[in-house]
Ligand binder design. Structure first.
Ligand SMILES: Cc1cc2nc3c(=O)[nH]c(=O)nc-3n(C[C@H](O)[C@H](O)[C@H](O)COP(=O)(O)OP(=O)(O)OC[C@H]3O[C@@H](n4cnc5c(N)ncnc54)[C@H](O)[C@@H]3O)c2cc1C
Ligand SMILES: *[C@@H]1O[C@H](CO)[C@@H](O)[C@H](O)[C@H]1NC(C)=O
Ligand SMILES: *[C@@H]1O[C@H](CO)[C@@H](O)[C@H](O)[C@H]1NC(C)=O
Ligand SMILES: *[C@@H]1O[C@H](CO)[C@@H](O)[C@H](O)[C@H]1NC(C)=O
Ligand SMILES: *[C@@H]1O[C@H](CO)[C@@H](O)[C@H](O)[C@H]1NC(C)=O
Ligand SMILES: *[C@@H]1O[C@H](CO)[C@@H](O)[C@H](O)[C@H]1NC(C)=O
Length: 623
């Protein structure tokens, strides 16, 4: 601290109260800055060198992402169970913790995957592929996501149940959504749909600096006749409203902060970071441990009860296939001895999002200057940096069948006031420079909306395959986007709603107009025509980062099944998969909350199997 003064104007500061007060102030800000992070469980991998890390555990969890953090937290509630949690990355950095910086690059916290090129999708991006970043490090993708807390529709889970998955209907999963949640929004704390005793803080992430923008938006929505919803997480998301966010006490409530931080000192919890699980150890068809690589050195660990793989939709099937669990033909092609022939890697699905750009005359907003919002964050944990801007205003529309099934389009809306400094360029990072500049130029004089239909009940399916037997090689991702013709049709209906918004009286009053992106392949179509939009989907639609489904849950006798309804891998002993890959279908919304729910339920299933608890009584009936 003294150095600060010496380097600037130490003679002027002198000594006494002036120096004391200024020093106190700066020291407290520095401390508050550090307090934004963690504290997380220490990296027990440091004990490996000295041979002081136990080799044997009751349970081993692979991956400290959304699901893995819940698993380690809940399983260590039994003090007699020793649990090892192994994670590829380290602790999240400050860009992760400050909600408003969610679009800042966090390269060290990411796996940078790309899809394989395919005709009809992602054609307008470099190398004709879509980028698929996944989170790496404590919290996994929950440490890099946009913090939207969305559960989807009750019909999503009733459909899972109808496929032959007892215990996964809405009534049952709601119990676990509630178990995980500590709702901080006052009006929701009394709601029968929300929990207040869980580890995951949910809150209102809307930045009220943008109230006037919300008013404009809602008046257009009213004119169009859409419903305004005060809780999109009540099982029947339909209409527009503010979404809830996983932000607590002004910072990102990633899964590690939520579920591991409160239990970080448990003696039976061993978290090993910066280590790559390379293989499951299997004898005949029984899993008995894992092999890891840390700094190029190999170590083995054994699990006396179970190994739980929570490495995410891409890495979980990769690890299973590397270990001999997967499609027989594919494993044979790579000379991997087959332990169990299962459709691992199939049933891949993702939510596709499309940015349409709309310019409006600038709305006068009371935006505070940067230093003030930094002070608000560090001193009070409030203000604009603790929010995610305008994005939280989201909407769900039921085009196909009204309320009787899940919605098929969700809107994620972005708003950038005139002269926005960073976010547009960052968000459009992989879009062609020509189009990026078009938007940035327009933003010099106008406010810009990104009105973004998102395909939330896609019919297209893709798959994941190994590229090689090297565990450090990336798997191949065949997204197979828009391969089902209905998906393009639904997308177009989403754009028609955007057109209605732009043509509404409130939007006309602010001179709203589309900014049409230009793609060579689409140049023969008239701007704004259906042909133009259909063509643009093939060029510019991209992921909203919800890949799922690659280890499908289902009845044991269904050939599409990888895990049974207790998430045990079929035909392999002592192995479960617990993460986004077990979803039979994507829920119709963002999927972090559903993944946490799955893990909460899985932890109970395991505790029941090993007789630590008896099944909870779930007797509340919801309409
Ligand atoms: C940029 C982005 C934005 C998103 N926005 C939202 C949003 O706003 N709202 C929402 O609900 N959802 C959002 N999502 C999706 C959501 O966050 C993820 O679906 C969810 O976190 C997935 O949880 P998971 O447990 O399946 O996998 P992950 O959280 O990805 O966890 C997998 C973990 O396993 C580790 N791992 C993988 N392989 C190995 C290995 N071999 N050895 C050791 N460790 C390994 C990884 O490093 C990672 O930490 C977003 C995702 C991204 C990437
Ligand atoms: C829920 O969150 C609030 C802060 O919003 C905190 O004070 C309270 O202790 C939390 N409850 C639990 C059960 O963790
Ligand atoms: C932040 O909290 C402080 C102290 O409670 C309060 O005075 C201030 O108005 C708050 N600021 C914002 C932007 O909410
Ligand atoms: C969508 O839901 C609303 C409200 O329940 C209903 O009135 C409307 O008919 C539905 N729309 C369609 C296209 O089914
Ligand atoms: C697969 O391996 C080939 C050959 O080494 C390489 O060119 C390609 O980039 C790899 N694909 C992925 C997805 O890593
Ligand atoms: C409306 O927008 C158009 C183009 O975006 C611009 O040329 C025009 O001057 C604007 N009109 C008003 C009244 O602001």
């Amino acid at each position: 601290m003294d150095q600060c003064f010496q380097s600037s104007c130490s003679t002027y500061i002198g000594n006494g109260l002036a120096k004391t007060y200024f020093t106190l102030f700066l020291a407290s800000m520095l401390k508050n800055q550090c307090d934004l992070g963690g504290p997380y469980p220490e990296d027990k991998g440091n004990l490996l060198n000295s041979g002081n890390l136990p080799k044997e555990y009751d349970f081993i969890v692979v991956g400290a992402g959304s699901a893995g953090c819940v698993m380690a937290s809940r399983l260590t509630e039994n003090p007699d169970w020793r649990v090892l949690l192994i994670e590829e990355g380290g602790e999240p950095e400050a860009n992760s913790d400050v909600p408003a910086f969610t679009y800042q690059p966090q390269i060290s916290n990411l796996w940078l995957y790309s899809t394989e090129p395919q005709p009809g999708a992602c054609e307008g991006f470099p190398n004709k592929v879509c980028g698929w970043p996944r989170g790496k490090g404590l919290g996994g993708s929950s440490s890099v996501n946009s913090m939207l807390y969305v559960r989807g529709s009750k019909h999503d889970y009733n459909k899972w149940y109808s496929y032959g998955n007892p215990g996964w209907d809405f009534k049952n999963v709601l119990y676990y959504f509630k178990k995980s949640e500590n709702a901080s929004i006052h009006r929701l704390r009394q709601s029968k749909y929300h929990g207040t005793k869980g580890y995951l803080i949910t809150s209102d992430g809307f930045d009220h600096t943008f109230d006037k923008v919300a008013d404009l938006f809602y008046s257009a929505i009213d004119e169009l006749g859409f419903r305004k919803s005060h809780d999109l997480n009540n099982g029947s998301p339909n209409g527009y409203g503010p979404v809830q966010t996983t932000i607590g006490n002004g910072v990102r409530w990633n899964a590690a902060r939520a579920f591991l931080t409160p239990v970080k000192d448990r003696q039976n919890l061993y978290v090993v970071q910066k280590s790559h699980v390379t293989k499951l150890l299997i004898k005949d068809t029984a899993v008995y441990g894992v092999e890891i690589d840390r700094d190029g050195v190999r170590y083995d660990f054994t699990a006396t009860k179970e190994v739980i793989v929570s490495a995410g939709t891409i890495n979980t099937p990769q690890l299973l296939m590397l270990s001999g669990i997967g499609p027989k033909q594919h494993l044979n092609d790579l000379n991997i001895p087959v332990v169990k022939n299962l459709p691992v890697g199939e049933n891949l699905q993702d939510h596709l999002l499309f940015f349409s750009y709309v310019a409006i005359n600038p709305i006068k907003l009371d935006i505070k200057d940067d230093l003030d919002i930094v002070y608000d964050l560090l001193k009070f944990r409030n203000g604009s940096l603790t929010k995610i801007g305008f994005l939280p205003l989201t909407g769900f529309l039921n085009f196909t069948c009204g309320d009787s099934v899940s919605p098929d389009i969700q809107f994620h809306n972005f708003y950038f006031p005139k002269g926005t400094k960073y976010d547009i360029a960052q968000i459009l990072g992989r879009y062609p420079a020509e189009n990026r500049n078009l938007i940035l130029e327009k933003n010099k004089d106008y406010d810009i909306f990104f009105l973004t239909p998102t395909l939330i009940s896609p019919k297209s399916r893709g798959k994941i395959l190994l590229n090689s037997t090297n565990p450090f090689d990336h798997a191949k991702i065949f997204a197979n986007y828009l391969s089902h013709p209905d998906d393009i049709k639904t997308f177009l209906k989403g754009i028609h709603v955007v057109q209605d918004i732009v043509n509404s009286e409130p939007f006309k009053a602010v001179n709203a107009s589309f900014v049409y992106a230009k793609y060579e392949k689409c140049s023969s179509f008239k701007d704004g025509s259906d042909e133009y939009w259909n063509c643009l989907f093939t060029q510019a639609a991209s992921t909203i980062f919800h890949p799922a489904g690659t280890c499908r849950m289902g009845p044991r006798d269904d050939p599409r099944t990888v895990v049974d309804p207790t998430l045990k891998v079929v035909g392999v002993d002592n192995l479960r998969v617990v993460d986004a890959s077990v979803m039979p279908d994507l829920p119709s919304g963002n999927i972090n909350a559903p993944v946490l729910m799955i893990a909460e339920k899985a932890a109970d299933l395991i505790k029941i199997d090993w007789k630590f608890i008896t099944p909870p009584i779930i007797d509340e009936i919801y309409d």
